[in-house]
Every structure is written in structure tokens, then in C-alpha cells.
Design a protein around this ligand. Structure first.
Ligand code: ATP
Length: 300
């Protein structure tokens, strides 16, 4: 089932198109990557879903119902530009934000204690936000985003500012929330996090959707017949066209196209030219698919 649907969404700022006829379906309980180059329209879409701005036309549906103020309680939003009250103490601040999200005083207290403990932040409870490092403040903001147990989490560049240990911690929290049934919309330029976390992606370019679907399917569709070869060469006369061998510590590495042959045929050919140390299909990364799509549209 799709927890969130976007239908024919349009938004312009003056003469600038930010979203054009955008359709999206976000499956419930998935991590959904929202990708696109700078200025594509991602933040505009996120702001519309969060009812910070309105669309010019089109519709956003949550569980098939038109988006309305009552949905705010079900959404957790971590904006790219973080906003915490600098003078407030961590514990007080989280309690205050949890109460704003509609939690009772006692439940808010319980949830604050739970999250501070879970993310190893209990010692910061009495610290003012202005006395925290960037990464520490980021963790507080993450807790503020999830404290009311939203059904939909929208995370804009959630890993920026984190060291590798905290990035791993937040990644695991995201996956745990996903396993609990939370739907996560992740907007990021870090393709390695997309690859690690996302089940589905949609890519926006110049206000329009240019690609969407399950990550596995998109990667499968982007496969070519190219294989990466590592060879300890006996002979210099490689029998393949368009290969660009690179020598690394006595090992020759190159990509080649099967050109209609089977993998066994190509392997047999390679055996005459050296000791085959590696022969592996080249599967494009999401980053490569992204760059390819942007290039395709820029050339049109
Ligand atoms: N408040 C605004 N006033 C005028 N134009 C705007 C405004 N906000 C965004 N835009 C324009 O709308 C388009 C989409 O911007 P948006 O911020 O949604 O992109 P984005 O995909 O989030 O980009 P980035 O990855 O750089 O954050 C851009 O051309 C941008 O210049």
C-alpha cells in the first residue's frame, strides 16, 4: 500500500518552475530516496508535504485522504537547516517539542528519557544546545524529529555533520524505524547512503520526475553487458575491441563488453592471454545511474 501519493503537483516561484506535474507513490514501510541535483525541486516538495507552503495545483494524499493539518502529527520532519532553541537545555527542549507534538506531559518525559538513553545522550540532558558540538546538536534534532512516533519521517540530509560512528548509529535507527513500519523519505546527495538504505527512489530534475522505482529494479534495468576483468597477462595482444587496460602492481585491469558472447566464451578467450584473477559483472551504482540520467536530460 502507498502511504503517500503525490498527483500532478505543480509549484512555481514567479516564473521559476519548482515542481511540474509531479506524480509519486511512496510505499508504506519503505525507505524512499528523494534524489535530484541542486535546485531540482526536492525541498519544495518536502515543504508542501509538511504544509509549510502550498502547491499551485495537484494533490498530496496520505492514506488516500487529502493532506490536511491533522496529518502533521503523523509526520516527523528533519529539515536541512536545523532549528533548535540555543539557550534551552537539551532535556527541557525535547520535552517542550514533544508536548508541541501533542504528547502528554508524562508520556513526553518517558519518551525523552527513552531516546536520550537509546542514543547515548543522557549526560547531555542539562546542557544548553549552544554548548553542544554540531554533531551533538544534530542528534538532539534527530530525537526531536522522531519523539512523537510519526508514521512518516522526512529526513533532509540526515547524515551531514555526523562522524562515521554517529552516522552509523543514525543509519541503524532509520532501519529500525523502517522495520517497525515507519515510512522514511530520505533526501540526500550522498549516494552511498541511498545505496545502503533505500528500497525505492524517485529522481527529480528541473522540477520533473525523471526516474522512479524499486532500487533493485532500477539497478537491474541499468545493467549492461560489461564485466570487470583482472588478468595476470601472458600476452600483450588482447583480442578485445575498445578496452583500456590499466596496469596495477603487475595485474592488468579492464572492463569489456560481452558483445553477444556468453560469459564462458569470453572467459575461455581470456584464459589464453593470462591468469584470470577476477571476472565480475559491472553493476551500475545509484550514483552512476543518477549522473547518467542528469546527462541524458541536459543533452535533450
Ligand atoms: N522561496 C523561493 N523563491 C524563489 N525561488 C525558489 C524558492 N525556493 C526555491 N526556489 C527555486 O525553486 C527551484 C527548486 O528549488 P528547491 O529548493 O526545491 O530545490 P532542491 O532540489 O531542494 O535543491 P538542493 O538540492 O539544492 O537543496 C530552484 O530553481 C530554486 O531556485
Amino acid at each position: 500500500m502507498d502511504i503517500l501519493k503525490v498527483e500532478k503537483l505543480n509549484k512555481k516561484y514567479g516564473q521559476q518552475y519548482a515542481l511540474t506535474d509531479l506524480d509519486l507513490k511512496v510505499p508504506s514501510g519503505s525507505v524512499f530516496g528523494l534524489l535530484g541535483p541542486n535546485g531540482a525541486g526536492k525541498t519544495t516538495l518536502i515543504r508542501i508535504i509538511n504544509q509549510i507552503i502550498g502547491a499551485d495545483s495537484g494533490e498530496v494524499l496520505i492514506n488516500e485522504a487529502p493532506l490536511s493539518p491533522r496529518h502533521i502529527q503523523n509526520i516527523g520532519y528533519l529539515p536541512e537547516e536545523r532549528g533548535l532553541y540555543k539557550r534551552m537545555k537539551v532535556g527541557e527542549q525535547l520535552l517542550y517539542l514533544a508536548r508541541l507534538k501533542g504528547l502528554s506531559a508524562s508520556f513526553a518525559k518517558e519518551k525523552v528519557a527513552f531516546w536520550l538513553d537509546k542514543l547515548d545522550m543522557a549526560a547531555w540532558r542539562e546542557k544548553k544546545v549552544e554548548d553542544l558540538s554540531k554533531g551533538m546538536a544534530q542528534k538532539v534534532q534527530f530525537v526531536a524529529t522522531v519523539i512523537h512516533s510519526p508514521k512518516i519521517l522526512i529526513l533532509d540530509e540526515p547524515f551531514s555533520g555526523f562522524d562515521p560512528v554517529n552516522a552509523e548509529l543514525i543509519k541503524n535507527e532509520i532501519l529500525e524505524l523502517r522495520d517497525q513500519g515507519v515510512t522514511i523519505i530520505l533526501s540526500t546527495h550522498r549516494m552511498e547512503s541511498v545505496e545502503l538504505l533505500c528500497d525505492h527512489i524517485a529522481m527529480i530534475h528541473q522540477s520533473r520526475k525523471v526516474l522512479d522505482g524499486p532500487v533493485k529494479k532500477l539497478k537491474n534495468e541499468a545493467r549492461t553487458d560489461r564485466f570487470a576483468v583482472k588478468l595476470k597477462k601472458y600476452s600483450d595482444a588482447l583480442p578485445f575491441d575498445n578496452v583500456l587496460p590499466v596496469e596495477r602492481e603487475g595485474v592488468t585491469c579492464f572492463d569489456l563488453s560481452l558483445s553477444g558472447k556468453s560469459t564462458n566464451e569470453v572467459l575461455r578467450q581470456l584464459l589464453d592471454y593470462g591468469e584470470v584473477l577476477g571476472f565480475e559483472e559491472v553493476i551500475p551504482s545509484i550514483g552512476e545511474i543518477f549522473i547518467q540520467k542528469v546527462k541524458e536530460y541536459n543533452y535533450e
